[in-house]
Design a protein around this ligand. Structure first.
Ligand SMILES: Nc1nc2c(ncn2[C@@H]2O[C@H](COP(=O)(O)OP(=O)(O)OP(=O)(O)O)[C@@H](O)[C@H]2O)c(=O)[nH]1
Ligand SMILES: [Mg+2]
Length: 364
């Protein structure tokens, strides 16, 4: 999974990036146009070690998330073609956008529009992304119409119809994620990487002094959650970044003092998984216990394919058990004797926390 961190200039994007990716990219000075911070971070998962104990695994491998941090979005700059090569091109490849919205007040950090106004910022970034998408839609429509003006090829016609629908939606000021697309339509336009089609997580960045009001602030932004594929999280990025750079015991002490129960990292990951409909499954053996990501509704064959392409083609069945059941039993033989190990076939929909032992035919 790849998440793009976006927002207006100087709102704390790189600070959020550092917190999530446990990295130390430079903050403060305006991130320059061409600069893109990339990082891969582990998804912390306490279940891994517990499962590893059962198999006496040599190592554990967590799932990972890729983060992309880009320069701030400024008004009508998205129309400039040069942006497309760097920042926009990078953003088109992400699975979801995390839009950092500034709520913290700090005179030392002037806002480009002269005041802190979160709703205005949300609107203006949405508008710039809509314009960027519209530009692509219109360019493609012009080309398609010219190319196929005398022919009535069904595939091109349906792409034209679909793009016209996108155009109307964007012109009406709505993001493409509001469209109810069929799997086929989805496939037709996936390649464009439309920004307003990507799931959106609004990250409200509050200052330390606003921590007490975090719930109220969440209520204020709750309304955005009603939009399709949109979610909201409130966090104090600067404080969280500082916490993430302390050692574990200090972090715990400070978190307790501040009344924080879960780190921003944990909440961010949890919310992103929900937003994208992701779940975690595990594989375990003497060599390695590993966490993998899958979309809800995907099957045992999809899971097998994640682990190894050959496992998908030669898939026979999967011995499946919930991770907590396995840990409670203490061993595979015990789980088997209790009848908790289920043989699941190709169409089985993998559940959150499943441990899969995939049996595949090696001759395939
Ligand atoms: N007081 C306060 N300052 C913050 C907070 N988050 C970020 N800042 C400050 O805001 C400034 C900008 O932070 P960055 O993380 O670099 O912001 P950015 O959005 O990446 O900026 P650009 O990449 O230039 O658009 C820095 O001086 C941060 O220290 C916060 O929660 N409280
Ligand atoms: Mg930055």
């Amino acid at each position: 999974m790849k998440i793009g961190i976006v927002g207006r200039p100087q709102v704390g994007k790189t600070t959020v990036f550092n917190t999530l990716a446990q990295s130390t990219a430079e903050i403060g000075g305006y991130t320059s146009r061409g600069q893109i911070n990339l990082s891969t971070a582990n998804v912390p998962d306490e279940r891994l070690e517990q499962i590893a104990k059962i198999s006496e695994s040599g190592k554990t491998t967590p799932a990972t998330i890729d983060y992309v941090d880009v320069a701030g979005v400024t008004k009508s700059e998205m129309e400039h073609a040069e942006l497309d090569s760097g920042m926009l091109a990078e953003l088109r490849t992400v699975d979801a956008l995390a839009h950092v919205v500034r709520l913290f007040e700090d005179e030392r950090v002037p806002h480009v529009d002269g005041s802190v106004d979160a709703e205005r910022d949300i609107e203006s970034v949405a508008l710039e992304f809509a314009l960027a998408d519209l530009q692509i839609v219109e360019g493609r429509l012009t080309r398609l119409r010219k190319q196929f003006q005398n022919q009535k090829l069904p595939e091109q016609q349906s792409e034209i119809r679909l793009l016209e629908m996108c155009q109307k939606t964007l012109e009406a000021g709505k993001p493409l994620r509001t469209l109810d697309l069929s799997a086929n339509e989805e496939k037709l336009i996936r390649g464009y990487g439309f920004l307003t089609q990507k799931p959106l997580l609004l990250v409200c960045n509050i200052g330390e002094t606003q921590l007490q009001a975090a719930d109220e602030i969440f209520q204020r932004f709750r309304k955005y959650k009603t939009a399709p594929q949109t979610d909201v999280i409130v966090l104090a990025a600067q404080l969280e970044m500082e916490l993430s750079q302390l050692d574990e015991t200090d972090t715990e002490i400070f978190m307790e003092e501040l009344g924080l129960h879960e780190s921003a990292l944990e909440r961010f990951i949890q919310t992103s998984y929900q937003l994208l409909g992701l779940l975690t499954f595990f594989t375990t053996g003497p060599v390695e216990t590993r966490a993998w990501t899958l979309r809800e509704g995907q099957t045992a064959v999809d899971a097998a394919g994640r682990v190894h392409t050959d496992f998908a083609t030669g898939f026979i069945r999967s011995e499946t058990i919930n991770w907590a059941d396995l840990v409670a039993c203490g061993s595979y033989p015990e789980a088997r004797s209790k009848g908790l190990l289920r043989a699941e076939g190709k169409t089985y929909q993998v559940q959150e926390g499943d441990v899969l032992l995939i049996l595949a035919n090696p001759t395939h």
